[in-house]
Design a protein. Structure first.
Length: 258
């Protein structure tokens, strides 16, 4: 057996799943199952939200150790499913190691959705959540406009390496400011809490919170704590941005500009 390819396959599987938003304990379990195909004594995996460590060794071979840093994480449940499915097929002997590695490479390089589709869904998410929270069609349409602000911020910072904290903060400031303008123009027709709440939904760390809880319940307190901090920072940036946006508008209306 090509042990180096086996380790590379396990690492690639773990990388795809971790980037896609899988829980760390699930990533570790999947990688461990792949490594155990070797039949060697030492099969160790250790995963954190920002890195993967893997070792395969035995008295008959030199130990193989790989380390991979994962900086970017998104939510892609389809990639998680596909990678997990390939690992099952490999462990059951339904596909060869070479076939599994090629399929995983295709998953990593393929793009399921275009940027246009992603941007449209972001706008629709803000619009739909506003309706779900009890907003009428007027407020939902304005929320869709706020969703387009999120898209514009993402596009404007696409080629610049800026943290998600700054992106969320900037988006929230503009959303709050824009919502206050419509409140001034349309008065009681605007449900401010519902409008802002629905508009910022694409920014909220729902997956991070869920994974933090699941990792903690599995006994992985380090990863659970790290994801909880990540979720808190993301939520705090959104909340701070809303407060700054409303304060900024109040200052401008108070006499600086108007």
């Amino acid at each position: 057996m090509n042990y180096k390819l086996l380790v590379d396959t396990a690492m690639l599987t773990g990388e795809i799943m971790l980037i896609g938003g899988a829980e760390t304990y699930r990533v570790e379990d999947t990688m461990s199952r792949i490594l155990k195909i070797s039949g060697l004594e030492k099969t160790e995996t250790f995963v954190t939200p920002t890195g993967i460590f893997i070792t395969l060794g035995d008295s008959s071979i030199d130990a193989i150790t790989l380390i991979k840093r994962v900086d970017n994480r998104i939510t892609n449940l389809d990639n998680i499913y596909e990678a997990n499915n390939i690992s099952r097929q490999l462990c059951n002997g339904e596909i060869t190691l070479d076939e599994a590695f090629k399929k995983l490479k295709n998953i990593k390089t393929s793009k399921h959705y275009s940027n246009v589709a992603y941007n449209i869904c972001t706008i629709l998410a803000s619009l739909s959540f506003t309706i779900l929270l009890g907003g009428d069609w007027l407020n939902s349409l304005i929320a869709g406009l706020n969703g387009s602000i999120i898209v514009l911020v993402i596009l404007a910072t696409k080629k610049v390496k800026i943290s998600n904290f700054i992106k969320n903060l900037g988006s929230s400031i503009l959303i709050a400011f824009n919502s206050m303008i419509f409140l001034r123009l349309l008065g009681d027709s605007i449900q401010l809490d519902t409008l802002i709440g629905g508009s910022v939904m694409p920014l909220l760390p729902g997956v991070a919170i869920t994974n933090a809880i699941r990792d903690t319940l599995q006994g992985d307190y380090m990863s659970g704590g790290a994801r909880a901090i990540e979720a808190f920072v993301s939520a705090a940036s959104t909340a701070a941005g809303i407060g700054i946006g409303i304060a900024w508008y109040s200052i401008m209306v108070g006499g600086v500009i108007l």
